[in-house]
Write a protein that binds this ligand. Structure first.
Ligand code: MG
Length: 380
């Protein structure tokens, strides 16, 4: 979004109320909070709405869109700045308005030490229920800041080996055959493809892709199938076609049917929309074979790290995913990727107006930047 578009957008969203300050070169308006004590030794949170433009319309079983609203955050402390981001796909119910409202109520000036991450995130979590993307935007900025203060990348502070990062899948959304073919060609650098299913041409989609490549595929139905017998029949067919797992095949409310499917399916059944946070792992540990962990669902790196531990304790497979996000939130999630069985961190590759340089995919593999914090640098 250029500055003119952003100002036009802002006057729509905020009713023309001018918010003070600025956030780097990303244009326009931001709001400074928790600055009453300002200066050295106090944290200052800034934030700014931004709209991601998608390279292709992003079509799932239940919706289609060409943009995603995000809010970019910064926490400044003693001359260093930690970057964060909230991304708000429609199904989570958050928006520019809800995130800016939430962040307007955050007062970090009461904390003298940014390393008190548990205390600070407890405070954030107790401000309001829900609002997980807004909470993640503070969590990510805080981890970036403390990494920079330590002079170490976050993965190192988590004790993780950057050589153990996984291959990432690249998503092929629902589309007409010609566009599917084009997307498969664009996905040439990636070793695993994730195919969105859930409409009446699922087999055709897979056949088209299989006519072009023998790469491993995974399938994400985004709750699109409503009949458990159809889902099981498809699971068997998909296994024959080289699909390695099946993500959220039916609506999350169909708990008994999903448990039956996971118990009978020849490939693992992964919960995504059904599994938001640690509490859901406990609730659905006997329903799904594994979980898709996303920072925007659970509230950030701190919560995601705990979800990995919990899922492993229950013997569940783990996957780390993302929304359409800038390289900020995707690179943050990538810091945890050495922990995961499967990885789907391509949200930054699906947009045309990224704000950051960060994680790279080299030979299909997640490659972490060797920089302190989450390791991103602003590019616009
Ligand atoms: Mg999914």
């Amino acid at each position: 979004m250029n500055k003119r578009d952003f100002l036009k957008y802002s006057s729509t969203v905020f009713g023309g109320v001018l918010l003070g300050g600025s956030l780097g070169s990303c244009a326009g308006r931001s709001q400074k909070v928790s600055s009453k004590n300002g200066g050295s030794g106090k944290m200052t949170l800034r934030f700014q709405p931004y709209t991601l433009q998608l390279k292709h319309a992003f079509t799932l079983a239940t919706s289609s869109r060409t943009t995603t609203p995000v809010v970019l955050t910064e926490i400044e402390y003693e001359g260093l700045t930690g970057f964060g981001e909230a991304s708000m796909p429609p199904y989570l119910g958050e928006s520019h308005e809800s995130v800016t409202k939430f962040l307007s109520g955050v007062d970090l000036s009461q904390f003298a030490d940014p390393f008190l991450i548990e205390d600070i995130l407890d405070y954030i979590d107790n401000l309001m229920p829900g609002n997980y993307a807004a909470k993640a935007s503070v969590d990510i900025a805080l981890h970036d800041l403390t990494g920079k203060l330590s002079g170490q990348p976050c993965y190192k502070l988590f004790g993780l080996n950057p050589a153990n990062t996984p291959l990432t899948s690249f998503t092929i959304g629902l589309d007409v055959p010609d566009v599917i073919r084009q997307k498969v060609e664009e996905a040439e650098p990636y070793k695993i493809l994730k195919v969105k299913l859930g409409r009446d041409n699922d087999r055709e989609m897979i056949e088209i892709i299989r006519s072009m490549t023998d790469k491993p595929l995974c399938a994400d139905v985004n709750q699109g199938w409503k009949d458990k017998n159809h889902a099981l029949e498809m699971a068997h067919w998909l296994k024959e076609k080289g699909i390695i797992f099946l993500e959220q095949p039916m609506p999350k409310e169909m708990i008994d049917e999903l448990a039956w499917l996971a118990g009978n399916s020849p490939i693992p059944v992964i919960g995504d929309e059904a599994i938001q946070n640690s509490g859901d792992i406990v609730k659905y540990r006997d329903v799904y074979s594994g979980i898709n962990i996303k920072l925007m669902k659970c509230g950030g790196l701190n919560a995601a790290r705990k979800m990995f531990d919990m899922a492993r304790a229950f013997g569940m497979k783990t996957m780390i995913g993302c929304m359409t996000e800038t390289s900020c939130a995707v690179t943050a999630a990538a810091q945890l990727s050495p922990l995961t069985d499967w990885c789907d961190l391509d949200g930054n590759l699906l947009i045309s107006n990224d704000v950051f340089d960060g994680v790279k995919v080299i030979d299909g593999k997640i490659t972490l930047p060797d920089r302190p914090g989450i390791g991103v640098e602003k590019i616009i």
